[in-house]
Ligand binder design. Sequence first.
Ligand SMILES: [Mn+2]
Length: 195
Amino acid sequence: MTRTASIARKTGETDIKLSVNLDGDGAGTRSSGIGFLDHMLDLLAKHAMIDLDIQAVGDLHVDDHHTSEDIGIAFGQAVHEALGNRAGIRRYGHFTLPMDECLVTAAVDLGGRYAFEYHAPIAAAKIGTFDSELVEHFWQSFAANANSNLHVVLHHGRNAHHIAECVFKATARAIRMAAESDPRSDAIPSTKGVL
Ligand SMILES: [Mn+2]
């Protein structure tokens, strides 16, 4: 049984083709037109062990907002679809990840109910040409569209690039744990019997 999904999402602002394989190894190419975001998406694929292909064309003449948000939406939709009825997954995942001077904890529940708590402020408004606030916006868009509950906490850290990287890696590792199959159970991981 393969856990894959392909999303094609076209709006007046962006045109995105995205595919995932939850049981991959980080293969694929990420082409968003935004160098910094591609770097983050490469980390995401690698540390989540998700094959991830993204071809995005967006209104970058406006700014990076719509493209970043819509890739988050499409990635969330793809993960949601690839998880199917969510039987046999661990459901919960968490990771505390150090990255140089930064320490971030990410905790995720892929149980089908949306919540988002994000406490990882970046003091600098920009990371190169990338708006720092889009890191949070990407993950909120993911969480909402994956029907997941995601908490991200920055314990400490200063460098804006490091904080963003630490958030992406920690969240990727948490998603990996939550999406992986539980060797002890094929059941849907809820006392309700449905997710
Ligand atoms: Mn927005």
